[in-house]
Write a protein that binds this ligand. Structure first.
Ligand code: PLP
Length: 463
């Protein structure tokens, strides 16, 4: 371990060399064609608790917990130990012919947290492959049940569901499709349930009614016999932490039940403590989906793992079909990976051992400290739930008009924050925060103070 560290010299001078290698050899995620294959990104050397340290030794609060994932914080010795121990016991087995203990024990633990009647899990390597698996399962389910035309997928504007072809086809954020192909013939889009962007003069209740009506109309005009699934994040995360109004999710669930449309709840972000529960669909929003996709926080980012929880009734339906030899021809080499599942078990121990409760307790302080930033003229709205929040900046507070893209307000705020010791996730004219659940009140105060100063500096620059 030490030898590897010595070889990789990440002192300031060594860092320059590594950045140079990265620039010449790495294709970074989400590049633009102007810099693809030639882009250096800041070098992070280590992490501890809620902090990461860059190559200059500067410590930064990890405001987005990596990518919404480092839920139990960085540098957990017990997780490192499990990684090592499991690799020494059994680093891999083929899920094609065999099974392993960590994946089975984890499945039982997850079923204990999932909504009633959801007893099975299919493991994947991350969130995109989890969504892809859920969609392919829906297709298989309807083929076997003799309904091959019931395949359309309903998604929403503002959604993010992944970067594989089918999962990405559901995405609904600006720029997701500008230069990319997708299976658009399979996807129907509804409006984002974003109360902040509701038409002026419309109450939140009426807005919610309109969203449900939009779905009802879509089903009526398309035909329920052609719609296989509705896919929704309980809170649209990368779309800007959109918390849906009132009983929107329950009413969408009810429409799905009425029309035999599978409800896929994409909990890649919201599961594993971000909203204070292991799964939020039922425990926070009171809905029982047919499938729940998860990833990220399941291992707190210590190992790539994802999965789909699947309601047992779907298996009964399949077993009762006339096609007992129909194969769900879908599996990944790293499905049920023993190391990932062992890490997830230990991660779950940590969450259950007080951290979920701590997240529930501290989230009030987190939300109220950030909400106070609405006093700043540049801020149109601060919204969120649990330990996820978004600051949306606007051109003016009366119209709430969005700022023009070229101002890159999110990036400006992030730059000032970094200078003061905080990483945030910039999203066009928004900044998103989802810190490790281990964050303390004082650290939240520090975050909020840095954000306050950074937004003021950005405001001054725009005048
Ligand atoms: N679903 C949601 C809600 C996400 O936020 C993400 C990633 O951010 C994904 C799916 C895709 O997950 P991954 O990047 O692990 O493939």
């Amino acid at each position: 371990m030490a030898a590897i560290r010595e070889e990789a010299d990440v002192s300031p001078s060594g860092a320059a060399a590594i950045e140079d290698i990265a620039t010449r050899h790495l294709v970074q995620p989400w590049p633009t064609s102007g810099s693809i294959g030639a882009e250096a990104r800041g070098l992070i050397q280590s992490g501890e608790g809620i902090y990461v340290t860059d190559h200059t030794g500067r410590r930064l609060i990890d405001g987005p917990a990596g990518m919404w994932c480092v839920n139990v914080g960085h540098r957990r010795p017990e997780l490192a130990q499990v990684l090592y121990d499991q690799a020494m016991d059994l680093s891999y087995n083929s899920p094609w012919y065999t099974t392993n203990a960590p994946s089975a024990v984890l499945a039982e633990r997850l079923a204990g947290h999932a909504p009633e009647g959801m007893n099975h899990v299919f493991y994947t390597t991350g969130g995109s492959s989890a969504v892809e698996t859920a969609l392919r399962f829906m297709q298989f389910y309807n083929n076997v049940r003799g309904r091959p035309e019931k395949k359309l997928i309903v998604s929403r504007e503002g959604a993010y569901h992944g970067s594989t072809y089918l999962s990405a086809s559901l995405n609904g954020r600006p720029r997701d499709h500008d230069w990319m192909d997708s299976a658009s013939q399979l996807v129907l889009k509804l409006s984002s349930p974003n109360p902040f962007r509701r038409p002026s003069g419309v109450s939140v209740e009426a807005f919610c009614d309109g969203l449900v009506e939009e779905f009802r109309t879509l089903i009526a005009t398309t035909g329920a016999e052609r719609i296989g699934a509705f896919v929704a994040e309980p809170i649209q995360a990368s779309g800007g932490v959109i918390v849906p109004p009132g009983d929107y999710l329950k009413r969408m669930r009810a429409l799905c039940t009425e029309h035999d449309i599978l409800y896929i709840s994409d909990e890649v972000v919201t599961a594993f403590g971000r909203l204070g529960q292991v799964f939020a669909s039922d425990d926070v929003f009171g809905i029982k989906p047919d499938m729940i996709t998860f990833a990220k926080g399941v291992t707190s980012g210590y190992f790539p793992l994802g999965g789909v929880m699947i309601a047992s009734r779907l298996f009964s339906d399949l077993r009762q079909s006339n096609h007992s030899d129909a194969m769900f021809a879908h599996g990944l080499t790293y499905s049920s990976h023993p190391i990932g599942c062992a890490v997830a078990l230990k991660n779950l121990d940590i969450l259950e051992d007080g951290l979920l409760e701590q997240a529930r307790t501290i989230s009030g302080h987190f939300q109220s400290r950030l909400k106070a930033l609405e006093a700043l003229p540049l801020v149109g709205e601060v919204r969120g739930l649990g330990l996820m929040a978004c600051i949306e900046c606007v051109a003016d507070r009366v119209s709430n008009n969005p700022l023009t893209l070229d101002l890159e307000v999110g990036k400006r705020i992030d730059k000032h924050c970094q200078e003061m010791g905080l990483l945030v996730r910039p999203l066009i004219n928004m900044c998103v925060m989802s810190p490790p659940l281990t964050i303390s009140e004082n650290q939240i105060d520090e975050m909020a103070d840095i954000l306050d100063r950074s937004i003021r500096l950005t405001q001054d620059e725009l005048v």
